[in-house]
Design a protein around this ligand. Structure first.
Ligand SMILES: Cc1cc2nc3c(=O)[nH]c(=O)nc-3n(C[C@H](O)[C@H](O)[C@H](O)COP(=O)(O)O)c2cc1C
Length: 192
């Protein structure tokens, strides 16, 4: 069975993003062996002067970061789920990506440019946004980053599924909107 990794950066117990993710995972589990990596539980420290200059530059990379980077590089499909925070995704997820963006594991270079080393061919990015901001809008700085990371690592096409305006809909409207967003996600997952 092909392998799919979910990078789960949802935060709240009642997360709307996770509702969409759960439906997607239920569909994807029919065709993929799914492994969920919980960004909060992994707890990799952010890269700063100590962890990057003093440690990583001296070859001291957390074994957990290497293990996850290898899994991501080897998987067939990737799903990223994260709420929309401060016009992007939470900083802990950026920090997670920095930790597992490892030379000769997720990318390399040929002396003149970087080249991705990942086997993955498609990424599904799932989110929910409080405000009414569509995917690709200049105020939306998450999907563009994930597309750029896909370029660096060689992850392939990035498909975004987003619930929008979730903090400003009536409960009835929100329930209908989440229902249709979940249906959209499940439909994408059938072909993913
Ligand atoms: C720390 C924080 C920052 C947020 N920043 C934004 C923002 O910049 N733009 C926006 O549209 N919504 C913002 N929101 C609202 C969330 O995007 C919205 O509530 C979303 O549904 C949260 O996802 P969740 O239900 O999966 O936790 C923010 C929420 C939090 C908690």
């Amino acid at each position: 069975m092909k392998k799919l990794i979910v990078i789960d950066s949802c935060m709240r117990a009642e997360s709307r993003t996770r509702l969409i993710l759960n439906a997607a995972v239920a569909e994807l589990s029919k065709r993929y062996e799914v492994e969920i990596i919980d960004v909060n539980a992994v707890g990799l420290p952010p890269l700063d002067k100590t962890t990057y200059v003093d440690q990583r530059e001296n070859g001291n990379i957390p074994p957990m970061a290497m293990e996850i980077a290898r899994k991501v590089a080897a998987c067939d499909r990737l799903v990223v789920a994260a709420p929309f925070w401060d016009m992007s995704f939470p900083a802990i997820l950026k920090s997670f990506f920095e930790n597992i963006s490892l030379f000769d594991i997720t990318f390399t270079d040929d002396g003149s440019a970087c080249r991705g080393l990942c086997k993955c061919e498609k990424v599904l990015y799932i989110t929910s946004r409080g405000m009414n901001i569509p995917t690709g809008d200049p105020r939306e700085q998450a999907s563009g980053y994930i597309a750029a990371l896909s370029y660096l690592w060689g992850l392939g096409e990035v498909i975004t599924v987003a619930a929008t305006n979730v903090d400003y809909r009536s409960p009835e409207e929100l329930a209908l909107h989440l229902e249709s967003t979940i249906a959209e996600a499940v439909e994408i997952c059938r072909e993913f």
